[in-house]
Design a protein around this ligand. Structure first.
Ligand SMILES: O=P(O)(O)OC[C@H]1O[C@H](O)[C@H](O)[C@@H](O)[C@@H]1O
Length: 442
């Protein structure tokens, strides 16, 4: 079976530059696997595709069936790592217009912003429909999902009555602590546990990602098979034989040459949320201590008409990583027109995918000529199996890349700063001193 392919032949990197990173990469591998490095209590994701709780996994499948049976709408409440993975999978693997044409429940995401307009509009859309809710928060204390859940909890209780409502609310959170855990226990919601040693942005293979993914009708066994295969493939400590580590090493080399922005480009709209997920993974893992590649993303060819100029001709401090799908899911032939008014008859008999691939090849060469190092990560096709492989590829590369950079890839201390300010400005008890200081600056 084919696997992920990584090509850095157009990154402008010499062979010996890679060789220089052989030992540092081997060391990073050792530190990661022997759990001797920074953030070592958050490495549960490394072996998770094998060590995961099979009983809990079966429960996910069973509950997903129940939700599908009794719900027209399924609302996933979570932010960051608590929703990006499932959203990435659902967008990448289901129908482009899933909510309009799926047999299963419509799936909406909430609690990933603080917009009253968004919530009000969502409530209008779900009016009169049977609903189930999955509230997801590892810490159980994040403000955005907590506010959204408060809204939906009372909506559900009003609609179904307290007893019936609780049968439609599923909480995914820490196994022991946090406000959500306490609330779920008190109310008697069905709960799913997030392992202590798996951080939010690495949690897609846990119930955090898998319950919504299963509700969307996707095959979570295949996702785990793909992840498991990737785990085996990327165990190899030799950089020459490990494509995942090569991605980490190449990023590091480019970063040291001043390529401080990585632009992840895709040619399929369905991949948009994989890029969003990837941005969190790399942004939170590496952007610290005044260091780190800034992860950006573009959807091609749409963004060529907005960002194309900059990519081709702007500051040369970026490199491009193309997420390529070898074989598109569906295709369409371009037909001949009797009158060739739009001048497109030269494409007669060609397919959309052919045109898309030519766009990719042309853009790639133009960007290389424009001084943008080019990397390609290819998967044979976008299905559950390769989705699982790809996610694990990115996670493992991220851990190695973070250690090569010399940061703790598994914490996110910077995220706390905005939260403290927000709490102080909102008047949360305990933040009085900070509130006073901030108020003087506003
Ligand atoms: O799952 P939660 O605890 O609610 O966290 C949700 C997200 O928000 C936090 O601020 C972190 O920076 C993220 O890493 C996390 O994924």
């Amino acid at each position: 079976m084919e696997n992920i392919y990584f090509d850095y032949s157009n990154a402008g990197i010499k062979k010996y530059e890679i060789q220089y990173l052989k030992e540092p990469t081997r060391k990073a591998h050792e530190v990661l696997h022997e759990k001797t490095g920074a953030g070592n209590d958050f490495l549960g994701w490394v072996d998770y595709p094998v060590t995961y709780d099979h009983k809990e996994f079966e429960k996910i499948k069973r509950v997903a069936q129940e939700i599908k049976k009794d719900s027209e709408v399924f609302i996933v409440i979570g932010i960051g790592g608590s929703y990006l993975g499932s959203r990435a999978a659902i967008e990448a693997l289901t129908h482009s217009f899933y909510n309009l044409c799926s047999d299963g429940p419509q799936i909406y995401f909430a609690g990933n912003n603080i917009s009253g307009t968004y919530l009000k509009h969502l409530m209008e859309v779900i009016e009169g429909k049977d609903i189930s809710i999955n509230v997801i928060s590892k810490s159980g204390t994040t403000t955005e999902p907590a506010i959204a859940f408060r809204v939906f909890k009372s909506y559900m209780e009003e609609k179904y009555g307290k007893e019936k409502a609780k049968e439609r609310i599923y909480a995914t959170t820490d196994q022991e602590k946090g406000a959500l855990k306490t609330l779920a226990e008190k109310e008697g919601y069905e709960t799913f546990a997030i392992p202590d040693d798996v951080g939010g942005r690495f949690s897609i293979f846990t119930p955090v990602g898998l319950l919504p993914i299963a509700v969307a009708g996707l095959d979570i066994d295949k996702i785990m098979d793909g992840a498991k295969e990737a785990k085996e493939l990327y165990m190899e400590e030799d950089l020459d034989k490990n494509l995942c580590y090569q991605y980490a090493a190449v990023r590091n080399i480019l970063y040291r040459k001043g390529k401080i922005i990585e632009v992840l480009a895709n040619y399929e709209p369905a991949l948009h949320y994989i890029a969003e997920w990837w941005k969190q993974l790399y942004g939170e893992s590496e952007g610290k201590d005044g260091k780190g590649i800034f992860p950006a993303a573009v959807d091609f060819s749409s963004d060529l008409h907005s960002m194309g100029q900059y990519l081709q001709d702007g500051r040369r401090d970026l490199f491009e990583t193309v997420l390529n799908i070898d074989c598109s899911k569906l295709d369409m032939e371009i037909k001949e027109e009797a009158e060739d008014l739009d001048g497109l008859n030269y494409l007669t008999g060609k397919t959309m995918d052919f045109v898309n691939k030519k766009a990719f090849e042309g853009i790639r060469l133009a960007h290389i000529d424009g001084g943008v190092p080019n990397l390609i990560i290819s998967i044979p096709k976008m299905d559950e199996y390769y989705f699982g492989q790809l996610i694990y590829f990115f996670q493992k590369a991220c851990g190695i890349s973070g250690y090569l950079l010399g940061v703790n890839p598994f914490d996110q201390p910077g995220v706390e700063s905005y939260k403290k300010n927000m709490f102080a400005l909102l008047g949360k008890p305990g933040y009085e001193g900070l509130r006073e200081t901030l108020m003087k600056r506003i």
